[in-house]
Design a protein around this ligand. Structure first.
Ligand code: AP5
Ligand code: MG
Length: 213
């Protein structure tokens, strides 16, 4: 089963993906996480991507398309995968369709998690992420037992550089101008499922699994 998780910054794509991995046994492929990992390693690709990410802009298509093409051919993707944060504009979606046709694959479901902008800002500025295991938290909505420490692995929690109010506003604009057209794109393919992303995380998970089966 190949899934796309679509939705604005802070919609809960990463939060839900972590839960879906356990239920369906397929990996999450987050282009944002891959770019942050490249930056942490200090690779030229990571350093180049940082220039765009810090502004809340999209990294050039060729970079992310290359990353995804390589990743989906790895062994752990044989039974399927969840794309989180890719595609992010029509050109990436067209490249993905072409790539999948060549590989004899297709997207089965596009799950679009919908949350109003005023809620997204609070979610993003309060997000904390574990440096070691990538676990996600929120200072108010999903706090760790001990401040600054991951419940699961004891790692240090940090705030993403792009989770400040100014960059969040740019990211939301980029979403509405460049990514939102994908809703139409996948609706025309008959693959789009809209999920109300407001409510507690477990309820939203149930809404998604009701679609995926
Ligand atoms: P990326 O890492 O993909 O960020 P994003 O799309 O902006 O999405 P987020 O990760 O911020 O949100 P999320 O939906 O995963 O929310 P989460 O579950 O963490 O991309 C970052 C950057 O990389 C881009 O700006 C771009 O520069 C570059 N990039 C990445 N992919 C690219 C591509 N394909 N092309 C070009 N450039 C690319 O939840 C957020 C918070 O809310 C958490 O604290 C969580 O605990 C909380 N929360 C979750 N659900 C709920 C709930 N139901 N109620 C209350 N709180 C909740
Ligand atoms: Mg995410």
């Amino acid at each position: 089963m190949n899934i796309i998780l679509l939705g604005p910054p802070g919609a809960g794509k990463g939060t839900q993906a972590k839960r879906l991995i356990d239920k369906y046994g397929i990996p999450q492929i987050s282009t944002g996480d891959m770019l942050r990992a490249a930056l942490k390693e200090g690779t030229p690709l990571g350093l180049e991507a940082k220039k765009y990410m810090d502004k809340g802009a999209l990294v050039p298509d060729t970079v992310v398309i290359g990353l995804v093409k390589e990743r989906i051919q790895q062994k752990d993707c044989a039974k399927g995968y969840m794309l989180d944060g890719f595609p992010r504009n029509v050109s990436q979606a067209e490249s993905l369709d072409k790539m999948l046709t060549e590989l004899g694959q297709k997207i089965d479901y596009v799950v679009c998690i919908e949350v109003p902008n005023d809620e997204l800002v609070g979610r993003l500025t309060g997000r904390r992420t574990c440096r070691s295991c990538g676990g996600g938290y929120h200072v108010m909505f999903d706090p760790p037992k001990k401040e600054g420490v991951c419940d699961k692995c004891g790692g240090e929690l940090y705030q993403r550089d792009d989770d400040n109010e100014t960059t969040v506003k740019s990211r939301l604009e980029v979403y509405s101008n460049q990514t939102e057209p994908l809703i139409d794109y996948y609706e025309k393919q008959g693959k789009l499922h809209r999920i109300n992303g407001v409510g507690d995380m477990g309820t939203i998970f149930d809404r998604i699994t009701a679609v995926l089966g």
